[in-house]
Design a protein around this ligand. Structure first.
Ligand SMILES: [Zn+2]
Length: 119
């Protein structure tokens, strides 16, 4: 039925597989996890110009919060890598703020955990 091949990101709520549903002129993306049932915006197409599935999929695939978290996690990983590089180099100073290091580490773990759940 769907001539176009489009890629859909997993459901943002449960990580389940999502599929495009079609009912007459209406199209939307729906999570196929029966315990979730999340769905995206319902689009109506009087005529499919050949890009209907792309429009529906692009709407479903927008993830601003996920993208922002990923950026923050990558930044925290870079910061942690810098800290580890300093400490492994034996250049760690007595004045180094251990509390600050632990705070960064907790932040890093939290962001990493968030990313794993949504991946
Ligand atoms: Zn779901």
């Amino acid at each position: 039925m769907n001539k176009e091949t489009v890629e859909l990101k997993p459901c943002p709520f449960c990580g389940g597989k999502a599929e495009i549903e079609v009912d007459g002129m209406f199209r939307w993306v729906e999570c196929k996890n029966e315990h979730c049932g999340a769905s995206g915006k319902v689009f109506s197409f009087l005529v499919d110009a050949g890009n209907a599935n792309n429009i529906v999929a692009n709407n479903w695939n927008i993830r601003p919060i996920e993208d922002a978290l990923r950026d923050r996690a990558e930044k925290a990983e870079r910061e942690l890598a810098d800290v580890q590089e300093i400490s492994e180099g034996g250049e760690i100073q007595k004045s180094f703020d251990r509390v600050e290091f632990n705070r960064l580490l907790e932040k890093y773990d939290a962001l990493k955990g968030d990313n794993n759940e949504t991946a």
